[in-house]
Write a protein of this length. Sequence first.
Lengths: 515, 119, 89
Amino acid sequence: MDMRVKKKLGIKERYTVMTRDLGWETTFQPMDDVFPYDKFEGIKIHDWDKWEDPFRLTMDAYWKYQAEKERKLYAIIDAFNQNNGHLGVTDARYINTLKLFLTGVSPLEYMAHRGFAHTGRQMRGVGPRVACQMQSLDEIRHIQTQIHSISNYNKYYNGFHDFTHMHSRLWYLSVPRSFFDDAITAGPFEYMVAIGFAFEYVLTNLLFVPFVSGAAYNGDMAATTFGFSAQSDEARHMTLGLECIKFMLEQDPDNLPIVQRWIDKWTWRGIRVLMLVGTMMDYMLPKRVMSWKEAWEIYFEQNGGALFNDLARYGIKVPKCAEQAGIDKEHITHQTWAALYQYGAATDFHTWIPNPEELDWLSAKYPNTFDKYYRPRLEHWAEEAKKGNRFYTKTLPQLCQVCQVPMFFTEPDDPTKISYRESDFKEEKYHFCSDPCKEIFDHEPEKYVQAWLPTHQVFQGNCFTEEADPAAPGFDPLAELLKYYHFNNGRDNMDFEGSEDQKNFAAWRNESVKN
Amino acid sequence: MAVVAIEKYEFSPADSQEKFNGNQVLYIGWEDHLMFCAPFAFAFPPTMIFKEILDKVIPDAFGYHPETSKIDWSQAEWFKSGKSWKPDVNKSLVENGLKHKDVLRFKTPGLKGIKGSCS
Amino acid sequence: MSNVFIAFQTNEESRCIIDAIIQDNPNATINEQPAMIKIDVPDSLTIKRSTVEEKMGRAFDLQELQIHLITISGHLDESDEEFTLSWKQ
């Protein structure tokens, strides 16, 4: 009998056969009609076949490994829940990081899912289409796993109950939200640079490693687990982003200035969003992993430095904003926490003044800035709080038109001066926190004039429920705003000291070790 | 520079003055008092007399600071869009030439924040 | 000269993968953190399937490392036998 031995296909061939070779040049409709969005940005692609597939994951392998990750993840979540794992965290202040994560970051995973689904459909090359489709599936998996992991906390602690509603409305959440709105309303190539490259490659480690290591250091197995489980998908995302950059730059030299401008814009926008993560690292983790300054030095200056060294052969330069970010690394977390603290009546998580040991940690980690500029106000606030005069600001802040952060950033060469920038466009004035934000506006003003800025929306009367009546006697604008936000006023917000979370955690932990 | 788009890309601004129920937006920041993390935003009637800002608005919004009660308005320096500016306190905002979304800063010489840290 | 790196979750399987990396990449530096191990190597890092199988005592498909992987840095090249990260300069 004839035995024919077939040679097994190698990984590259298998991948090609099961992805690229399933694509075709359309004849029934013109390719330009089937893919109407991949030329308008001015990016020139001559040969889509030159796309290199870095992670050669066919669908069968994808399902197998993702299913394995899911099985492990949900087993850990079950064990965590069954064992009242929430009582194992260092202290209940830690739980506020999860409130910030669920309302601020998880919805971005959902938008990434939609963004990659849309962008993938728009790319006429089969290679990126497949990779984007898989990333879209990964991203919806991420939001699902985050919701599942964090849902257990919702049974016991405040602030977790309406994250989708809050993401679309809260004043500080418009920072991450507007970041993604900006990306998904751009064209497919800009989206890939914004999210696939700047966010997923350059900056991803600054988001996940602190949050997830922070969870691990503080005894939160549920968050550590979803974090690491998501990160393994992120490695594929990183390679997609990097490949997209390389591909565009290798296809046509005319693409270089367009790509460079996008890298500059999106690195800056990403850094502005990440300051929430930095603040979390420096102020909200009872057991700290490292300082934001240290994380910036490892993951951006060193690691990002290696990346841009490598990309220099294409003519790509380190983003312009890197210099300012290097100065800001010693300031922004302190400035952000001070802002969240004073607006703590309107945050969906608790805020507090760090205790004396924690203040000393901050002094040690920020020897050039903390004691000189930031300790005095924190100590003053702590003294006042002891006297029953805890600082809550009721007046709304001015916001940057682009990053939408309150204008609390200072001049790069003088941290005692607020950085004010402005532009006039079609007889309206617009304000910015910094040169990079102003430059982003000046390049595409028609985009940013449409921004839904929380402070202005409140003034326009758009942030009240239908029942609210501003003309009624005793109308309390802050209380009405919090109703619009779906806050449980007095439970979700205000200082950690005296909160229901604090009392409950202490009582339950006490119960778990007594008879 | 125009937005690169698949078709005409023109949208009206979300924050033009007529959307503010008869008010205009004014931002006010107190130099060297970073305890108030950012300049405050206000929606005022254009006919409001400037003096009301000194007498009522600022003590109310900035009152938490121990130095607020020490402000000597006769010494205060004002800046509009960063340039030196002098308000006529008995005239209205619009009469003072203040437009929608203008930004003012005031500096109070000698007052340098908590322990001189500019907080 | 820049470092590439790879980070894994700390578990029994990744322990074998890491042992393989150390054997095949003599310039590797190990950094242990809660629940995570990060390995830095100047210029280029290679994971060989045959070495992993030797450490693990069973057949191993290199793509299986995705279950344990946290993050990477460097350009990736993947084949059935080797998983390589490098910076081209």
